[in-house]
Design a protein around this ligand. Structure first.
Ligand SMILES: CC(C)(COP(=O)(O)OP(=O)(O)OC[C@H]1O[C@@H](n2cnc3c(N)ncnc32)[C@H](O)[C@@H]1OP(=O)(O)O)[C@@H](O)C(=O)NCCC(=O)NCCS
Length: 167
């Protein structure tokens, strides 16, 4: 399946909202600021990052159906931060999460010219932690907590340029 990133359209948020079945899933995906339940039409506003500057992307398949979502923003100069990464529940475990992250990293580095990428994941989110580790993210212990891992990856050439395309 060929997938690519695009700027989300309104119907994407309807699909993405349907991937969040309960408060626990919302917390794991988007952190404590996302209320549950929420209206799909409010999602783009609810996913805004304090201070602004976030870029949002839908991952779409060959038929323009959304199958993933993610964002990047600069948390502090020196690194671009990824967040709100999700794959449609019925498409998980097939490699889309890896492709989504690769395309998101490429887009984030291209958009910001930063040289490192960071993200957070709940320690008990074993699928996400394993995915990020195998992509090259390493725990930053001083910025992690008992519950949440803060992870960082230094950009290498494979994530620059057109290796994974740009949205
Ligand atoms: C985390 C998430 C994006 C991964 O997406 P995915 O499409 O299922 O992931 P992939 O199929 O690309 O798998 C990537 C890696 O994750 C790990 N993984 C996938 N499924 C796994 C499972 N059931 N058990 C353990 N590890 C698993 C593997 O390391 C896998 O790589 P490999 O198959 O090459 O070994 C997806 O599970 C998801 O949307 N979760 C809900 C939202 C969420 O928790 N987001 C993360 C916020 S930090």
């Amino acid at each position: 399946m060929n997938v690519s990133l695009r700027t989300p359209i309104a119907s994407d948020f309807v699909a993405i909202a349907s991937w969040i079945p309960d408060a626990a899933a919302g917390l794991r995906w988007a952190g404590p600021r996302l209320p549950f339940p929420f209206a799909a039409s409010d999602l783009s506003v609810l996913l805004a990052v304090p201070g602004g500057g976030e870029a949002s992307y839908s991952l779409i398949d060959d038929s323009s159906k959304p199958c993933g979502f993610g964002q990047h923003w600069v948390l502090r100069p020196g690194a671009v931060h990824l967040g709100r990464i999700i794959v449609a529940p019925d498409a998980r475990g097939c490699g889309l999460g890896r492709v989504l992250c690769q395309q998101l990293i490429s887009a984030a580095l291209h958009a910001t010219s930063e040289t490192a990428v960071t993200l957070r994941a709940y320690r008990d989110n074993t699928v996400a932690v394993r995915l990020y580790s195998t992509l090259g993210f390493i725990e930053v212990a001083e910025e992690s907590t008992d519950d949440v891992l803060f992870m960082k990856m230094l950009a290498n050439n494979s994530f620059h340029g057109a290796a994974f395309g740009s949205p």
